[in-house]
Design a protein around this ligand. Structure first.
Ligand SMILES: Cc1ncc(COP(=O)(O)O)c(C=O)c1O
Length: 454
């Protein structure tokens, strides 16, 4: 491995330099880009020198998500201690299903789950959770738990009822996909309208539940969103929890994007009532800057998690109690170690450091929003509870500007839409950036846009 680690260090040195000097990689058209490399795999071996060359070329031509010009997605940046933990996980290459092959990492994962449960106010004895391969899959696990909680026979006999999920029109698209995977069916997802701030209209929810029941359907899950994908809006959990309790329906809070506000004294009011939800998902790979993927689902019904996901396998579980065999509560069999990088980050910066991270993201979003409101060529569409700053510039179509910025290797920023209005969605998820980086974004954005015809 010594040779490979040297190659690794050399390539990473080059990457860090280029990330700084040329923050956006110019990709060009896919066909053009793929022709630049010897992508094909062949029968013959390659020399170390040639391998190093091709690996370096691929790395240096890859989109630079940790650079100061990347605002395109709900992740970005590189938290050093988290990256260190991830690199060590790769070297260890364990699987998280049993204590026998994961050793101390089982304890690390349990510590993180317990800590999150404690922070949101779940009762210690009855709560549990796991790491899933991303927020979509964490949400999927909530659908399965809610479904089995509603009717335990489904696990054995399959779905034979018209089961109904309620969520908002602004919910993440994984809710529809998960309805398919869980045998619920996409047509059985009810999308509630949202108010002008992008929050679910809870007023209509009760009426819909009652009407569905009267029509012989079976409402079983309300999915609230803490940080919607486009606007970053937070549904009113307190009100939804009240309705869920009254109608005996499982409440899941999808906090993949905004759930990390639980770390901030200043912003955790956005998830007020979270302790009343039956399950909650959170993605440290978004706001907390942990490398992809790092997503957790926690529930205050650990028994349901076990009932839904445990399966005996004598070839796997060979010793130790199930408390330490985490495969009994996970989605997969072989499972990569997503806990160590988050633990390594948390250990390094402490809970206070994670709080500063979240607060810094909101501060950077404030800087962006202030810039937009103070410059008359802009229109703002998002709100202060969000780290997504949604805007238009001189009424130029957002998709055209965003695509041109990327094509010319200037800035990486995406676009979204809300109630039929398209806009640029500028996301402050890299807490290592500064106010200067935010202002520089807008200056470069204007300079580029003003010098092109759209
Ligand atoms: C609200 C919300 N939920 C779920 C997800 C899915 O998370 P992942 O990309 O980790 O699957 C996202 C991703 O952007 C999201 O914004």
């Amino acid at each position: 491995m010594k040779n490979e680690l040297e190659i690794f260090n050399e390539i990473v040195d080059e990457l860090l330099k280029i990330e700084d000097s040329v923050p956006v990689a110019k990709l060009g058209a896919p066909e053009e880009m793929l022709e630049k490399f010897d992508i094909s795999v062949s029968d013959d071996a390659m020399s170390d020198k040639d391998l190093r060359a091709v690996l370096g070329k691929v790395v240096l031509n890859t989109p630079r998500t940790a650079s100061r010009s990347f605002f395109n997605q709900l992740f970005g940046g590189r938290m050093p201690a988290a990256t260190l933990g991830e690199l060590l996980s790769v070297m260890l290459n364990i699987s998280m299903y049993t204590y026998k092959v994961a050793g101390p990492h089982v304890g690390i994962e349990i510590e993180l789950i317990n800590k999150i449960c404690q922070m949101i106010g779940y009762p210690a004895e009855e709560s549990g959770g796991t790491f899933a391969p991303g927020g979509s899959m964490s949400n999927f696990m909530s659908v399965i738990m809610a479904r089995d909680h509603y009717d335990a026979d489904i696990k054995l006999q399959g779905v034979s009822k018209k089961l109904i999920i309620y969520t908002s029109a602004e919910a993440h698209y994984s809710i529809a996909k998960n309805a398919t995977f869980a045998g619920i069916g996409r047509d059985n997802v009810r999308y509630l309208p949202v108010n002008d701030r992008g929050q679910m209209d809870a007023g209509l929810l009760e009426e819909m539940i009652i009407a569905d029941r009267e029509n012989g359907a079976h409402p079983f899950l309300i999915n609230a969103t803490a940080g919607t994908t486009v606007l970053g809006s937070f549904d009113d959990i307190e009100t939804l929890a009240h309705i869920a309790k009254k109608h005996e329906i499982w409440l899941h809070v999808d906090g993949a994007y905004g759930g990390s506000v639980i770390f901030s004294e200043k912003h955790k009011h956005l998830v007020k009532g979270l302790e009343k939800a039956d399950s909650f998902s959170i993605n440290p790979h978004k706001m907390l800057g942990t490398p992809l993927s790092c997503s957790m689902i926690v529930t205050k019904h650990k028994k349901q998690l076990v009932d839904s996901f445990s399966q005996d396998a004598t070839y796997l579980y060979q010793g130790n109690t199930d408390d330490y065999n985490l495969g009994k509560t996970s989605l997969q069999c072989g499972r990569r170690n997503d806990a160590f990088k988050f633990w390594s980050l948390w250990k390094s910066v402490g809970t206070k450091g994670l709080e500063s991270t979240v607060d810094q993201l909101y501060h950077l979003a404030d800087v962006g929003r202030e810039y937009v409101t103070n410059h008359c060529d802009y229109t703002l569409y998002s709100f202060e509870e969000s780290t997504s700053v949604c805007f238009n510039y001189k009424d130029i179509p957002a998709d055209k500007i965003c695509n041109a910025l990327a094509d010319h290797g200037k800035l990486m920023v995406g676009h979204g839409s809300f109630k039929g209005q398209q806009f640029v969605r500028f996301v402050t998820v890299n807490s290592r950036l500064t106010e200067t980086d935010i202002v520089r974004f807008f200056e470069e954005f204007e300079k580029f846009t003003d010098s092109h015809i759209f």
